[in-house]
Design a protein around this ligand. Structure first.
Ligand code: FES
Length: 157
């Protein structure tokens, strides 16, 4: 959720977060009820991930400790900790998908991908596609009855 208009990622140098923009975003949203999570979502949307360098800035704006902000960033699976790679493969690990082998699927796909430079593999907890478990989302597109072969074929196109 972001209350700011979407813009292309703004960085001051290769790989660096624009911390002034982080401060602007945080300051513009600090008046919300429970502003921390909306701010983190806004950063995740804007930059594609929540960089560690943003944590002290957000903590400062909200008058929270770094540990409090870091704890929230770490707890929620929604927040990416590094930029996404070319493909984003999210495999559902919630209950219905688990009952259809999602844990094994996740482990097998992770092993097959290894330290892929092309694919970001992430867990997700229910994609609303439980009837077609196990489910996955690949580059924003929903898939059902996913096998290891199907998932790998999609990210290797
Ligand atoms: S539990 Fe996986 S889509 Fe709902």
């Amino acid at each position: 959720m972001s209350q700011l208009p979407r813009k292309p990622t703004q960085k001051t140098e290769a790989g660096a977060y624009d911390l002034e923009l982080v401060r602007e975003i945080a300051a513009s949203m600090k008046g919300l009820d429970g502003p921390l999570i909306p701010i983190l979502h806004a950063l995740n949307d804007r930059f594609g991930y929540v960089d560690d360098t943003a944590i002290p800035v957000v903590a400062n704006v909200l008058n929270l400790s770094r540990a409090e902000v870091h704890g929230v960033v770490s707890f929620y699976h929604d927040f990416r900790h590094e930029p996404a790679k070319r493909h984003v493969l999210k495999i559902c690990r919630a209950e219905a998908c688990q009952s259809m082998g999602a844990e094994k699927l996740f482990a097998e796909v992770a092993a097959a991908l290894g330290d892929s430079a092309q694919v970001t593999l992430e867990p997700v907890y229910c994609l609303g596609n439980c009837a077609l478990s196990p489910s996955a989302m690949i580059d924003g597109k929903l898939y059902g009855r996913v096998s290891k072969e199907k998932a790998l074929a999609e990210v290797r196109k």
